[in-house]
Design a protein around this ligand. Structure first.
Ligand code: PGA
Length: 255
């Protein structure tokens, strides 16, 4: 039985003070749902503060990106070792990083390997653009992103991964994929691609989150699907009540 996992991707939002206020509301609101996995992924400058504020809770912390090297002359970059002090998770290959910052399946692959060897749990994002979707290329694109992005990993490393299927056309648009469409991609593309890499048994244990305009309203329907193992939540993770309601929906769906 896969444990549902809901993570909030704050993206480049919130001042430090606003982040503090959000967490002060979020900590008690998430408290009743400690049997499912929850995490927040704030911007780099707040990781230390967030880690400290979450001490004594079992709410995890994730970063939104990292470099693959451990240290060196890489101005403006942050290494896995630096974030590992404050984080258990790291989001890798988010479509905004692929679109605006030139990330490729190859850089995602380097980052995934580096995160794993540093003891971080990668949340690896995949998903097709609107044009690819309309051209009927969803399966092809998602298969490639998974098989290339997770190339050369051992099955025991595969076990430590979390995948987020985030169709680009659904991110920040208010147009979430229907539960049926997301379930179908998870079950017919993502999990088979993981099975191709790591074998059926490992693939069956890897959590596949859905991401893209998840709200308190659509969450129950999404989480009712057998292969939707949680969510990566953007906009709705910036409001404590909304995020807590999504976590509650996951907790209720966790039989
Ligand atoms: P959204 O973002 O929930 O605001 O659509 C999801 C994401 O980009 O992870």
């Amino acid at each position: 039985m896969r444990k549902k996992f809901v993570a909030g991707n704050w993206k480049m939002n919130k001042t430090a003070e606003e982040a503090r206020l959000l967490l002060n509301e979020l900590i008690p609101a998430l408290e009743p749902f400690s049997h499912i996995e929850r995490a927040v992924c704030p911007p780099f400058p707040y990781l230390m503060m967030v880690r400290h504020m979450l001490e004594g809770t079992n709410i995890g912390v994730g970063a939104q990106n990292m470099h693959w090297e451990a240290s060196g002359a890489f101005t403006g970059e942050v290494s896995p070792k630096m974030i590992a002090e404050f984080c258990q998770y790291v989001i890798l290959g988010h479509s905004e990083r692929r679109t605006y910052f030139g990330e490729t399946d190859e850089t995602v692959n380097r980052k995934v390997k580096s995160a794993l060897s540093t003891g971080l749990t990668p949340i690896v994002c995949v998903g097709e653009t609107l044009a690819e979707n309309e051209a009927g290329k969803t399966a092809e694109v998602v298969w490639r992103q998974i098989t290339e992005g997770l190339k050369d990993l051992l099955p025991e490393e595969g076990l430590k991964l979390v995948i987020a299927y985030e169709p680009v056309w659904a991110i920040g648009t208010g147009r979430a994929a229907t539960a049926e469409v997301a379930q179908s991609v998870h079950a017919n593309v993502v999990r088979p691609a993981l099975a191709h890499l790591f074998g059926q048994e490992v693939a069956g244990q890897i959590r596949i989150q859905y991401g893209g305009s998840v709200t308190a309203k659509n969450a129950p329907e999404l989480f009712a699907m057998p292969d939707i193992d949680g969510a990566l939540v953007g906009g709705a993770s910036l409001k404590a009540g909304e995020f807590a309601a999504i976590v509650q929906a996951a907790a209720e769906a966790q039989a």
